[in-house]
Design a protein around this ligand. Structure first.
Ligand SMILES: Cc1cc2nc3c(=O)[nH]c(=O)nc-3n(C[C@H](O)[C@H](O)[C@H](O)COP(=O)(O)OP(=O)(O)OC[C@H]3O[C@@H](n4cnc5c(N)ncnc54)[C@H](O)[C@@H]3O)c2cc1C
Length: 446
């Protein structure tokens, strides 16, 4: 049998390392270039524990690579949203219908470390840290890499995968050669993260098995639990305005804003002002990139389709990319054809999750405060119980049903919204609920 072409991957983040493990498991040699230091040697950043939500699509990718059992001990289950109002009252909205419909919080650094350890343990994978990609020539099949001392060299490649994130250098190199066009649509809202420490006895200071949300209409704060019993809180706020990051110019303004809007959280972060001053203010954007492949080069993960984080799906989506690409490369003789097919199949779904992520920001920061939203959700849950498999809330399709592509989830979600509108506007007579819903389901083709 002909030897499989080796693969060079730029970026040893979660997508690059997971892809490497999958490719090596099929017998390919893989070489990874990463601009950062080896996380197995670098000490973790003190006081900053940034986490993310993993759901079924991401877990499926890890399982496919045989890595789920290594990651499982690092997961903290989140069973629903805990909403905190301005007066400090809380209400809990479960995510799904049963104990399997949950999502998980994991420390980003820990996940990346486990993936790097798995990749490093594979004899077919060569990892090179502190090596920054600065250019890619897809015609000559050369990648230019700069080492720590600033020395640049050209490395040949047979196939190159760009998993170098939202600011991808590979994408810039392709765009510079007119092989793609990329447009970033920035959000007018930035974010800042805070650490909520455990209490003096080392206990969680909030319910650990929930994703906490303090929705405030035009902005919000969220918090996810960490395995070390701390929480990572993230403030999403307009860059400019009242309130806006630009108005929070000194410690007094920060304290006053938190006391007024998030008094319960302010009481849990003793060094709030200091964290505010020191932690970076991050930008958010959706990336629209016209072409993801050029000959033997393909972009995936955030490099191809970075999205805003409000559905907690960016990484889940990147892991789903890995599953599809692995399948296509396994059955397609010529890799460039697999790359073209990957882009053809994936684009509609990544476009759908990009749109749903933006829509979810409105729901999280505003929609959940509306009593109408709670009624609508209750009706949706009833319909799901009455018509299992036919009516599935959109959030559930995205988070718990990886067998439903994102684009189908969005389309079916719109039809279901129409059904809910109809049932709420024209409530059926008592006893007729089921038949009225059946008529609408049939009309919607569900
Ligand atoms: C605030 C926030 C919250 C989020 N929350 C969630 C969530 O809850 N759930 C979820 O699924 N997603 C979430 N995301 C999205 C998620 O972080 C990304 O989708 C995911 O990290 C993308 O993985 P990646 O491997 O494609 O890119 P990255 O994680 O960006 O990794 C890219 C890697 O490439 C390396 N690199 C970059 N440039 C070069 C270069 N020139 N040469 C060599 N190496 C390079 C980087 O150092 C890095 O290691 C969130 C994002 C943000 C901003």
């Amino acid at each position: 049998m002909a030897e499989l072409q080796p693969v060079t991957i730029v970026g040893a983040g979660p997508v690059g390392t997971l892809m490497a493990v999958m490719l090596a498991a099929r017998g390919r040699r893989v070489r990874l270039f990463e601009r950062r230091a080896d996380p197995r040697l670098a000490p973790p950043e003190r006081g900053r524990s940034i986490n993310l939500a993993l759901a079924a699509r991401g877990l499926r990718g890890l399982e496919r690579a045989g890595l789920l059992s290594a990651i499982t001990p690092q997961l903290t289950v989140m069973r629903g949203r805990m909403l905190h109002d301005e007066r400090g009252a809380t209400s809990f909205l479960p995510y799904g219908q049963d104990e399997h419909e949950v999502i998980y919080s994991i420390a980003r650094e820990r996940l990346n470390l486990e993936l790097v350890v798995a990749a490093a343990g594979h004899p077919g994978i060569e990892l090179e840290f502190m090596q920054r990609c600065v250019d890619v020539d897809p015609i000559r099949q050369r990648v230019r890499v700069r080492d720590q001392g600033g020395v640049e060299r050209d490395e040949p490649f047979a196939l190159l995968l760009a998993a170098d994130g939202a600011g991808s250098a590979v994408r810039a190199a392709l765009a510079g050669r007119d092989l793609t066009v990329a447009r970033e649509e920035p959000l007018a809202h930035d974010y800042k993260e805070f650490l909520i420490p455990p209490d003096a006895h080392g206990h969680y200071v909030l319910e650990p098995h929930a994703l906490h949300i303090w929705p405030r209409g035009g902005y919000m704060l969220i918090a996810l639990p960490n395995a070390d019993r701390s929480f990572t809180a993230t403030l999403f706020l307009p860059r400019e305005g009242q309130p806006g990051f630009d108005a929070l110019t000194d410690a007094a303004a920060v304290r006053a804003f938190f006391r007024a809007q998030f008094a319960d959280v302010a009481a849990l972060i003793p060094d709030l002002e200091q964290q505010f001053a020191v932690h970076p203010q991050g930008r958010l954007a959706t990336l629209y990139c016209e072409r993801w492949h050029a000959g033997c080069v393909l972009m995936l993960g955030d490099a191809a389709h970075a999205i805003v984080p409000f559905h907690g799906q960016g990484l889940n989506c990147g892991f789903e990319d890995c599953v599809l690409l692995d399948e296509l490369l396994a059955v397609t003789a010529a890799a460039p054809l697999a790359f073209a097919e990957f882009e053809r199949r994936r684009r509609v779904d990544t476009g759908a999750i990009a749109a749903m992520a933006l829509e979810n920001y409105l729901e999280m920061r505003d929609g959940v405060r509306d009593p109408g939203f709670v009624r609508r959700r209750a009706l949706a849950a009833e319909l799901e119980r009455a018509f299992p498999g036919r009516f599935i809330p959109r959030y559930s399709m995205v988070m718990f049903h990886p067998e439903i592509p994102y684009a189908s989830a969005r389309r079916r979600g719109a039809l279901q919204e129409w059904m809910l509108d109809e049932l709420l506007a024209h409530p059926p007579q008592p006893g007729d609920e089921r038949s009225a819903a059946e008529v609408l389901l049939q009309a919607a083709g569900l």
